[in-house]
Ligand binder design. Structure first.
Ligand code: DX5
Ligand code: ZN
Length: 220
């Protein structure tokens, strides 16, 4: 299976959300990536449950919800009820990560764990069978449009090795600073899902940027 592309709605035009959701619906993209920030875990506040509910009404592709919040356990039911397909929590925000991942799966969602750039992938060894996706942050979480951290390639390769060795089917997602210059290298290193915010929505034609990052021909 080829890699998946998940445009991040954080970079969409919030005054034209329905238009931008339809752009993704009509494109070759695979998932909607939805960044929830609480102003505590990260130094920014984005959008929350009511806005995602409105997006879910129009979205025709799976919802990949990335929680950058403290105490995410409190909201697992709420995100399930609004239709999240993948629910990702931060390693750094979960003192009982094993329990949190099990609670997400118990609701029938794919359980994801995100790692900040400073968090080594080796820390996932003792929960390797408990998640369906690892979101490797390739920028410090909180803002779109930041520069990709090159160390990420090494983390992808190391994590790919750990997942292969464990024999699970967990996916590796890369989040932050992904664009036309690095998507192919990330896929080569072992990434399965690429999040792309500014490189999608700041492109002259978002559908073409999506095709390019899917490795599909773009008409001139
Ligand atoms: C950053 C978010 C990302 C963000 C990526 O905290 O988790 O999903 O939208 O934005 P770009 O693709 O612009 O780096
Ligand atoms: Zn994200």
């Amino acid at each position: 299976m080829g890699h998946l592309l998940a445009p991040s709605i954080l970079a969409a035009d919030f005054a034209n959300l329905q238009r931008d959701v339809e752009t993704v619906n009509a494109s070759e993209a695979d998932w909607f990536h939805l960044d929830v920030m609480d102003g505590v875990f990260v130094p920014n506040i984005s959008f929350g449950i009511p806005v995602i509910k409105a997006i879910a009404k129009h979205a025709k592709k799976p919802l990949d919800v990335h929680l950058m919040i403290v105490d995410p356990d409190r909201y697992i039911d709420a995100f399930h009820d609004l239709g999240a397909d993948v629910l990702t929590v931060h390693y750094e925000a979960c003192p009982h990560l094993h329990r949190t991942l099990q609670a997400i799966r118990a609701k029938g969602m794919k359980a994801g764990v995100a790692l900040n750039p400073h968090t080594p992938v080796s820390l996932l060894q003792d929960v390797i069978g408990e998640f369906d996706l690892v979101c490797l942050m390739s920028v410090n979480p909180g803002f779109g449009g930041q520069k990709f951290i090159e160390r990420t390639y090494q983390k992808v390769r190391e994590l790919r090795g750990m997942i292969n060795e464990a024999g699970t089917s967990a996916m590796i997602e890369i989040d932050g600073g992904v664009g036309s210059n690095n998507w192919a290298k990330l896929v080569d290193a072992g990434a399965d899902v690429l999040v792309a915010g500014s490189s999608t929505f700041n492109a002259p034609v978002p559908a073409d940027a999506i095709r390019e990052m899917k490795g599909l021909p773009v008409e001139a």
